[in-house]
Design a protein around this ligand. Structure first.
Ligand code: SF4
Length: 328
């Protein structure tokens, strides 16, 4: 849950999740939809699907025996090198290294690593350094101390070298490079993606589609969306989605939602249908459901889907101005 997500955001999710699934068996037995619903709003839904699949593997194939070494843990799909090292060292006392953003920064400065530590040779170098350094005695405390040093003292732009217990051994500090390291390649800007969403309603029920597992936001429910070209008229795309000639399609606004590599700009349309129908030829969705409007947000919906629903319904309820923009 904490990957790419702040602690204060995670705490209430974590507490609810643990109350709902207090054991690996409870998680394994839960339907995926319930797990995604408990995750709803945290983003990066692949993590929830992987966690659920891992619980099923541990409870089934491994007969409830949780792997205890970094090597065994890394053999479970969804557990990466960092998580394997963290669990093996902190939970089971194995002298396994870990590298997260904080540790990479500390090691890059301590050894004046000039390569980009986010990838390639620089990342391989900090992993080697972490492996050479990890304490044989209480490796969990060692790894946590390194992460904590990076989070509180050896911070990104203004490292607090005067308060650092490593300053005399730190090459970057001695050479006056602390503020310049680590060197990171410039991040690519999120690519704009134009889409159209249709919030179709019939007698206080709303149409949601479940996204295919292999796609972005896979397994979550949302009003159907479709890409549009820069020159396409959003209304035409919306009509194509609805595929109901006489239905009135109304533009409600534009939702902007930024994901790690994409900036979604989505024109939201609302339509009241005379009969329940589902869109044809929409390959992003594996199944459809007509859900009571009041329950739509409680489904396993992403933050993006909730923005689209809010955009469609808020304006119906308040008569607010058209064409407003919502940002994450
Ligand atoms: S001396 Fe400064 S740069 Fe070096 S590890 Fe400590 S805080 Fe980081």
């Amino acid at each position: 849950m904490l990957q790419q997500t702040r602690v204060d955001t995670v705490v209430p999710y974590y507490e609810r999740f643990m109350a709902r699934y207090p054991s690996v068996h409870a998680l394994a037995e839960a339907p995926l939809d319930d797990v995604l619903s408990a995750w709803s709003g945290l983003g990066y839904y692949r993590r929830a699907r992987m966690l659920h699949a891992a619980a099923r593997r541990v409870a089934g194939e491994l007969d409830g025996a949780f792997p205890r070494t970094a090597r065994e843990l890394a053999g479970i799909e969804g557990i990466g090198r960092y998580t394997a090292g963290a669990v093996a060292s902190i939970a089971f006392g194995e002298a396994a290294p870990l590298v997260d953003g904080n540790v990479a920064r500390v090691l890059a400065r301590l050894f004046a690593v000039e390569d980009d530590v986010a990838s390639g040779a620089g990342l391989a170098r900090v992993w080697r350094l972490a492996g050479d350094l990890v304490a044989r005695e209480d490796p969990g405390a060692w790894n946590q101390a390194l992460m904590e040093l990076g989070a509180t003292v050896c911070v990104p732009r203004t490292p607090r070298c005067d308060a650092c217990p490593l300053r005399e051994a730190c090459e970057a500090h001695v050479r006056g490079l602390a503020g310049e390291l680590p060197r990171l390649a410039a991040k690519a800007r999120p690519v704009p993606e134009l889409r159209v969403a249709v919030v179709a309603a019939h007698r206080r029920r709303v149409l949601l589609g479940r996204r295919r597992d292999e796609l972005r936001l896979g397994g979550t429910w949302e009003p159907p969306t479709s890409p549009r070209g820069a020159k396409e008229v959003p209304l035409d795309v919306a009509r194509r989605i609805v595929a109901a000639g006489s239905a009135r399609v109304e533009h409600r606004g534009t939702v902007v939602h930024v994901l790690s590599h994409r900036r979604l700009e989505v024109d939201v349309f609302a339509v009241e249908l005379a009969a329940r129908r589902t869109p044809r030829e929409m390959s992003d969705y594996q199944t459809w459901a007509w859900v009571p409007r009041a329950e739509a947000r409680a489904r396993a919906t992403s933050t993006f889907a909730r923005k689209v629903l809010d955009c469609a319904f808020a304006e119906v309820a308040t008569g607010a101005r058209r064409g407003h923009r919502q940002r994450r």
